[in-house]
Design a protein around this ligand. Structure first.
Ligand code: DAH
Length: 354
C-alpha cells in the first residue's frame, strides 16, 4: 500500500495536463483501477485482516482522490496564468468613438432661416408637396395657358382616364403656401414657408427636388421699403457680415411690382465670397403681392397689402458654406455628409442685431 501511495502521489505531482491526470485516476481508483481491485480482495480476507486493510485502503483512496483534485485545480490555475500573460486588456485606453451622424447643410440652413425670421416676428407655415393645380398656379395668378406654367418644368400626377379635372402637381415652388397660410389665418400675417419643391430639371446647378423658403408679410401699410429692410437684415444675420443688396426690376405673375434680389459678392481666387467685391449674385425673387393673389386667398386687397419673396435654400447654403456642387447635396455620400454636415449640438450660427 505504501508503494501504491508513493507511486501515484509522485505521478500526480508530475502530471503536466488534465488528460494525464484523468489517466492516472482511471489507473488508480477507476472501476478496474489498482486500488479498486485491492478493495475487491477484502472479501477474501479474514475479518481481522479486513479490519486493518479496509480503513487503510479507504484512506489511501481518499488521499489519491484529494491529490487528484488539488492537482486539477493547480493545473487550471496555471493555464489561466499562462493565458493572462498574453491575453490582457489595457482598460486605461480611451474608448473608441461611436459613429455620430451629422445634420445635413439643408436642414442646418433651414433652421438658420427659421431662427432669423422668427426674430423678426415671422411664424412658420407648411403646405403639401403634392399640390392642387389651383394652389400652385391659378391662385397665384398663373391661369391655364400662362407661359409661366410651361417654364416651370412641372411634374404632373396621374388622373384616372375620363377624369378631366386638372392633375395634381409636385409643387414647383413654395408660393402656394402663401395662399394656404392666408386662407387659414387671414391678415395681418407674417410667415415663412421652408420646404421641398420639384421641377423636371437636372444639371450642375439644378436638381429635380430642391428647397425654397417663401416669405410673406401682409398688413395695412407694408411697402417695398419694409421688404428691403427685412432682406438686408436677413442677409446680414445669415452671412454674419453686412451684405449689400441690389433690387432689379423683374416680373412674376403673383407680384406687382416685382424684383429680383442680388447680393454683393466677389469671385477673387476662384471662390465666391459674399459681402465683398463688386460682383452680384441672384438669390431670390420678390415683390408686392398682387391684388388678385390676395383676393384668391380671401384677403381684401382694398384693405391689405404686403410683400412676398421666394429664396433658394440650397443656393444660400452653397454660398455660406462654400459647397461647390448642388447635385452632391442629394447623393447621400457619407464622406460628403461627414465633411459638410453639422454637429447635432451646434446651435445655428446667426449674427447681427435683429
Ligand atoms: N415662386 C418663385 C419661383 O419659384 C419665387 C418667387 C418670386 C416667390 C417672387 C415669391 C415672389 O414669393 O414674390 O421662382
Amino acid at each position: 500500500m505504501d508503494d501504491l501511495k508513493a507511486k501515484y502521489l509522485a505521478a500526480i505531482g508530475d502530471a503536466k495536463d488534465e488528460a494525464t491526470l484523468e489517466e492516472l485516476r482511471v489507473q488508480a481508483v477507476g472501476k478496474k483501477g489498482e486500488i479498486s481491485l485491492k478493495m475487491r480482495e477484502l472479501g477474501r480476507m479474514t475479518p481481522e485482516e479486513r479490519q486493518v486493510a479496509g480503513p487503510a485502503l479507504n484512506a489511501l483512496k481518499d488521499e489519491i482522490n484529494s491529490a487528484l483534485s488539488a492537482k486539477k485545480v493547480a493545473l487550471v490555475d496555471a493555464a489561466l496564468d499562462e493565458r493572462l500573460k498574453t491575453e490582457w486588456l489595457d482598460v486605461t485606453l480611451p474608448a473608441r468613438d461611436a459613429r455620430v451622424g451629422t445634420i445635413h447643410p439643408v436642414s442646418q440652413v433651414w433652421e438658420e432661416c427659421t431662427a432669423i425670421f422668427a426674430d423678426m416676428g415671422f411664424s412658420v407655415s407648411e403646405g403639401p408637396q403634392i399640390e392642387d393645380d389651383w394652389y400652385n398656379f391659378d391662385a397665384l395668378n398663373i391661369p391655364s395657358h400662362h407661359p409661366a406654367r410651361a417654364e416651370m418644368d412641372t411634374f404632373y400626377m396621374h388622373r384616372a382616364e375620363g377624369d378631366n379635372r386638372p392633375p395634381h402637381v409636385l409643387r414647383t415652388h413654395t408660393s402656394p403656401v402663401q395662399i394656404r397660410a392666408m386662407q387659414a389665418q387671414g391678415a395681418p400675417i407674417r410667415t415663412i414657408s421652408p420646404g421641398r419643391v420639384y421641377r423636371a430639371d437636372y444639371d450642375q446647378t439644378h436638381t429635380p427636388m430642391f428647397h425654397q423658403v417663401e416669405g410673406l408679410a401682409i398688413d395695412r401699410d407694408i411697402s417695398m421699403a419694409n421688404l428691403k429692410w427685412v432682406l438686408e437684415e436677413f442677409f446680414t444675420a445669415y452671412f454674419g457680415t453686412p451684405v449689400k443688396t441690389r433690387f432689379r426690376a423683374s416680373h412674376f405673375p403673383f407680384t406687382e411690382p416685382s424684383a429680383e434680389i442680388d447680393i454683393q459678392c466677389s469671385w477673387e481666387g476662384g471662390t465666391v465670397k459674399v459681402g465683398e467685391g463688386d460682383d452680384w449674385l441672384e438669390v431670390l425673387g420678390s415683390g408686392m403681392v398682387h391684388p388678385k393673389v390676395l383676393e384668391a386667398a380671401g384677403v381684401d386687397p382694398a384693405e391689405w397689402q404686403g410683400f412676398a419673396f421666394g429664396m433658394g435654400i440650397d443656393r444660400i447654403a452653397m454660398l455660406k458654406y462654400g459647397i461647390p456642387d448642388l447635385r452632391a447635396f442629394f447623393d447621400s455620400d457619407l464622406r460628403w455628409l461627414r465633411h459638410y454636415g453639422f454637429s447635432a449640438l451646434q446651435v445655428p450660427t446667426i449674427r447681427g442685431g435683429v
